[in-house]
Design a protein around this ligand. Structure first.
Ligand SMILES: [Zn+2]
Length: 431
């Protein structure tokens, strides 16, 4: 018996999964999407990893608009299946990208006799967890099935009952966990509870992929601090640019996708007063909170309709309260603009991920950047190289960084292409 499954293309749709009458899921994407995906036009690195790994097990690729995985029933290797279904969990989890903080993104798949009989993901904090949706979706078919979940099931009463109890009650035979939850109130207790109940548990399948999915949540759990990413643009001759490449802000462009991933974005007021606030163009994207740094009085952002809330941090009176209230903008006055106060604010709001976007007037942001490097706050960099040579300003230098003597290693540096720009992303290694 030969069974075929398609690896579907990730998209953002917060509707809880509702399978059709057929328990087997067949999803596909167009040949254009496939060509773009293979041509690295779509950004998330996890999708490339995922595709590479799938291709190891591929035995044929049909011209039906999607990646095809062929599996022979007689020679099934369970560990091969585990990776496949875990990648599906991650794909499901990403449907709630930008929506789950302070919770992690989690996906769950219930598999019985080699068929997916239930799927679910965690859509938002306060809503049921992925396992609950998947078990509900599977109904009685969950009995003696295998549950795949990208993060360890919880074993505590929070806003929802523990998922371990739901899995035990549904009588699943086996649970495959992508990664152990770093949250100290979960950490391995979920796995222990399932094992105590006689369920066979496998941990660490596609662990790297699952960790990448929730890198901000993991960082927040382990350090108590938000995950901070620096983004900037360079010309090919190495000058900082206050501009983005053509098309990167459009749907599918790296910048549009990046905005969707972060809970908050730090911007210069000179950017937001000139243009409408940057927004992600991904379908159904949850827009990040905009933290606008204003160094001159009178700098007021021009909020766009799609943008979420805006807050101004300033060391001066930037506008009257009436002006701000009319625009629906909050303002915080500090003696001196500093990163610690901004991160404290973000933490209080339950934000896990912050994007420091070096656009507009670099002068507004360079002190924050210096602090973030000095205090080892930056975790990740995303750097866009635009396809031109630019000497117009004789090169923009960041004065505040001139006295900084620091050498940081960048791990897992990866390159991608977004329209005509090269985008690099990597993780700063702090010692
Ligand atoms: Zn749970």
């Amino acid at each position: 018996m030969t069974q075929i499954q398609l690896l579907s293309f990730p998209h953002c749709n917060l509707t809880p999964p509702n399978l059709t009458s057929s328990p087997q899921v067949f999803t596909s994407f167009s040949s254009r999407q496939l060509a773009e995906l293979v041509g690295n036009q779509h950004f998330p690195s996890w999708s490339f990893n995922s595709l590479k790994r799938v291709s190891k097990f591929q035995t044929s690729l049909r011209k039906c608009g999607g990646l095809v995985r062929v599996r022979c029933g007689l020679v099934e290797d369970e560990s091969v299946d585990d990776g496949f279904y875990m990648r599906r969990c991650v794909e499901l989890a990403r449907r709630a990208i930008g929506c789950t903080s302070p919770n992690p993104m989690v996906g769950c798949v219930i598999v019985k006799d080699g068929k997916i009989v239930g799927e679910g993901f965690h859509p938002k904090a306060g809503q049921p967890h992925a396992e609950v949706f998947a078990l509900r979706n599977a109904g009685n078919l969950a009995e003696n099935a295998t549950a795949y979940v990208s993060l360890e099931p919880c074993n505590h009463y929070g806003r929802t009952p523990p998922c371990t109890e739901a899995l035990i009650k549904a009588k699943v035979k086996r649970v495959v966990v992508g990664m152990v939850d770093p949250n100290p109130i979960v950490a391995s207790k979920g796995v222990d509870r399932l094992r105590d109940a006689g369920i066979n548990v496998t941990v660490g399948v596609e662990e790297k992929l699952c960790k990448r999915l929730n890198e901000a949540y993991i960082h927040q759990m382990l350090t108590g601090k938000p995950f901070v990413t620096l983004r900037y643009s360079l010309s090919v001759n190495g000058h900082l640019l206050d501009q983005l490449g053509d098309g990167v802000t459009q749907t599918g462009g790296y910048y549009s996708k990046l905005l969707q991933e972060y809970d908050a974005i730090i911007l210069s007021a000179s950017l937001t007063e000139k243009f409408s606030s940057p927004t992600s163009q991904e379908p159904g994207a949850n827009q990040p909170l905009q933290i606008v740094i204003a160094s001159n009085p009178g700098q007021l952002p021009a909020p766009s309709k799609e943008a979420s809330k805006i807050i101004i941090f300033s060391d001066k009176e930037v506008a009257t309260e009436a002006d701000l209230a009319q625009k629906g903008i909050d303002a915080v006055n500090l003696d001196r603009i500093n990163l610690t106060s901004i991160l404290e604010y973000c933490k209080r709001q339950g934000f896990c991920s912050i994007l420091l976007d070096l656009r507009g007037s670099f002068g507004d942001l360079e002190e924050l950047l210096r602090e973030s490097i000095e205090q080892n706050v930056l975790q990740k960099i995303v750097l866009e190289v635009l396809p031109f040579w630019d000497e117009s300003n004789g090169g923009v230098s960041l004065v505040a960084l001139n006295s900084l003597v620091k050498r940081l290693e960048v791990k897992n540096l990866q390159s991608m292409i977004s329209t005509q720009s090269i985008v690099l992303e990597g993780y700063l290694q702090h010692r």
